[in-house]
Design a protein around this ligand. Structure first.
Ligand code: SAM
Ligand code: SF4
Ligand code: F3S
Length: 503
């Protein structure tokens, strides 16, 4: 994870392929390469109004970006003002990601730039936040001498105290993970927002132990946020003009919240499950679109699928990471399902939601992966015909189950070759998926001007595909009925229809 104005427009609009450590295709996504290192400046700064100015830049997934909005809120409530210009900042924060080696290398490189700045401004304090802070803890301070504060994802409330401590010249560290922190009562400051789309955190942490993944170690145990605070945040967003919320969690389908020790209308409160939460958010207003990410295939239920089918404003789009098409590799990954089980889940989604867009995450070159396993991943992709896929080659993370149990035995060139084959296949599939939409009519939520020209607008349809069309009299936040006339591999191009959706 709000932040998202021009950057998210860029991300939504271009389906682009990057081959770096990470190779992926995208339009909207939870881990968006185009947004890495994005800085925030939510409010105009009168430097006299604040005791100090802070600069924050973020890496990693949408949840990390959403956390930066919580951090900004905590800092602002304690007399600090945000600046987009790091050279004028008294405090520099880098909200970091550990998911792959490349993500950490990017942050290390960025810190060397801040080191130069600190030489000319020794009073400036540098804080490392997020998953890399949690993974490396105090070791960060030993390795990176310029770092003054190391603060894990559950310790942001202690930031004002840690800043005070660091101001005395001491190094300040708080990396305690919590079993109940959800920042439910903190109203995030919507940074870099386009005023249409916002991300809303509904839970934190992860209890799954996928063997390749560092998240359970950096984010701690799974906990669900108070449902009422989620509904209230979504209502406020709607009243402020936002028209789309994306409910965020590493595994949203295991959302489960029970009000403690209270009775309402004389009855015990029933637990709020994810399908119930979706329904409550959808009922806020038919004009508020609802998306969610990420679904673990083992946890998504028919209840959730029927709730999506029941409400027009819940998008027909499911991000259902599979990671591999080989049951043998899935077992090593500890994903707790087989290839056949996953395929049955996709079939069920298509049965209940025939028009649903489905996307996935894939990893190539996981420990022991053979050519045959790789072919199984390709054939699964061919079967599922994903609308979007985020594809990565395996990057061993210290401390994970895979790092402790298995040898990282696939040479990097093979990992990358397999990744390229996967990307090529996916590119062909997405082009076909876009071509199938030509001639159809879809409802588009306008997010702003097209990337290429201010004569065109752009938005996304229910299935999360980017649609570009002539501006006419439409504006950001409108729903427009668009007849698709042509496409590229990343964008649908169309014309507004006369029969505007009657909402
Ligand atoms: N919770 C989500 C799920 O269950 O799929 C996604 C979590 S993770 C932030 C996003 C994606 O990063 C994963 O789905 C996986 O494909 C990829 N990933 C995680 N660890 C990785 C690693 N060690 N090497 C390469 N890719 C990795
Ligand atoms: Fe990582 Fe697996 Fe949790 Fe996703 S579900 S965050 S991949 S451990
Ligand atoms: Fe997200 Fe990266 Fe942490 S993907 S949860 S910021 S390791």
């Amino acid at each position: 994870m709000s932040l998202w104005h021009s950057y998210i427009i860029k991300a939504y609009f271009c389906t682009l392929i990057l081959l770096m450590n990470t190779l992926l295709t995208t339009n909207t996504k939870t881990h968006d390469e185009k947004r890495q290192g994005e800085a925030f400046a939510p409010f105009s700064v009168d430097s006299n109004q604040y005791k100090k100015l802070f600069y924050i830049e973020s890496y990693g997934c949408a949840m990390n970006f959403a956390d930066s909005e919580v951090v900004a809120s905590i800092l602002q409530n304690n007399g600090f003002g945000a600046t987009k210009n790091f050279e004028e900042a008294d405090l520099i924060f880098v909200n970091t990601c550990s998911i792959r080696e490349k993500a950490e290398a990017t942050v290390r490189k960025r810190l060397t730039e801040f080191r130069r700045l600190k030489k000319s401004n020794p009073g400036m304090l540098v804080g490392v936040l997020g998953c890399m802070a949690e993974r490396l803890k105090a070791k960060f301070i030993e390795e990176e001498k310029l770092v003054d504060m190391v603060v894990g994802p559950d310790a942001y409330r202690s930031l004002p105290g840690l800043i005070e401590e660091a101001e005395t010249g001491q190094k300040a560290v708080n990396v305690l993970l919590s079993r109940d922190e959800t920042y439910a009562d903190i109203a995030p400051i919507r940074l870099n927002s386009n005023g249409v789309n916002a991300f809303v955190s509904i839970m934190r942490g992860c209890n799954n132990m996928c063997s390749f993944c560092v998240v359970p170690f950096t984010r701690g145990r799974e906990r669900s946020r108070d449902a009422n605070s989620i509904i209230n945040e979504c209502k406020t967003l709607f009243n402020d003009g936002y028209r789309e919320v994306t409910l965020l969690g590493q595994n949203v389908d295991s959302y489960h919240w029970v009000r403690e020790n209270t009775k309402e209308n004389g009855e015990e409160n029933a637990p709020v499950t994810f399908s119930l939460l979706l329904e409550k958010v959808a009922l806020i207003d038919p004009l508020l679109r609802v998306r969610f990410s990420t679904s673990h295939p083992k946890d998504i239920t028919d209840d959730v699928l029927f709730t999506i089918a029941k409400y027009d404003n819940i998008c027909n789009y499911i991000h259902l990471p599979v990671q591999s098409g080989s049951s043998r590799v899935l077992q090593l990954m500890n994903r707790t399902y087989t290839r056949e089980w996953y395929i049955a889940k996709v079939n069920r989604i298509r049965e209940i939601l025939p028009d649903a867009g489905i996307s996935t995450d894939m990893i190539t070159g996981f420990c022991t992966e053979t050519e045959e396993d790789h072919q199984q991943s390709l054939s699964l992709m061919e079967y599922c015909k994903y609308d979007l896929a985020y594809m990565y080659f395996y990057s061993q993370r210290p401390g994970t189950l895979a790092a402790r149990r298995f040898e990282d035995d696939i040479p990097e060139e093979i990992k990358k070759r397999r990744l390229q084959e996967m990307v090529d296949l996916h590119r062909r599939n997405t082009l076909q998926s876009m071509q199938r939409d030509v001639g159809k009519t879809c409802k588009v939520l306008v997010e702003g001007f097209s990337k290429k020209t201010q004569d065109d607008l752009q938005g996304r349809n229910d299935q999360n595909k980017v649609v570009v069309f002539p501006k006419g009299n439409f504006k950001k936040g409108d729903y427009v009925s668009i007849k698709i006339t042509s496409c590229t591999s990343g964008t649908l191009i169309g014309m507004p229809c006369k029969d505007l959706f009657n909402l």
